[in-house]
Design a protein around this ligand. Sequence first.
Ligand SMILES: Cc1cc2nc3c(=O)[nH]c(=O)nc-3n(C[C@H](O)[C@H](O)[C@H](O)COP(=O)(O)O)c2cc1C
Length: 138
Amino acid sequence: MPEQPLLQLAYVSTAQTDITADCIAEIHQQAERNNRLHHITGLLLATEQHFLQLLEGPKRDVELTYARIQRDKRHHHVRLIFQNTVSERQFPEWHMGLRRSFDQAEHEDVTAIVNLYGQRSQFSAQHGAALVLLLSSL
Ligand SMILES: Cc1cc2nc3c(=O)[nH]c(=O)nc-3n(C[C@H](O)[C@H](O)[C@H](O)COP(=O)(O)O)c2cc1C
């Protein structure tokens, strides 16, 4: 079977108002488990108000996963920031892990990035490109 193209996609969403730390941990576990099965990598950032996630992997797997995520009641106002076919993964080592090792400075960067995108409804190509650079810097 010919190899599927690699799709990279990022979105930002608004968390359900009563989201708890336990709930976020459960989402991470679910994401990590499923994404390993589907060869999806990327990262999921969460603040109290927003989620920002970048997914990359075989096109069909990413599309099906994104469709499931969009229907999830734990968040709403899911906004696509960009989707592109790419020649290689940019975050090959991240099976959606929550990076638990954020130090204080990184934590502030993450919060700033998620809030910046979380407040917008529409995104240009520049927003997408800038996001990939910002995430690579974490
Ligand atoms: C912010 C957010 C991010 C999520 N990320 C993923 C993900 O990367 N991969 C995934 O399979 N499910 C993810 N989920 C969970 C899916 O919406 C869905 O509940 C899950 O895929 C169902 O899988 P299950 O039938 O194995 O429980 C996410 C949910 C939320 C709210």
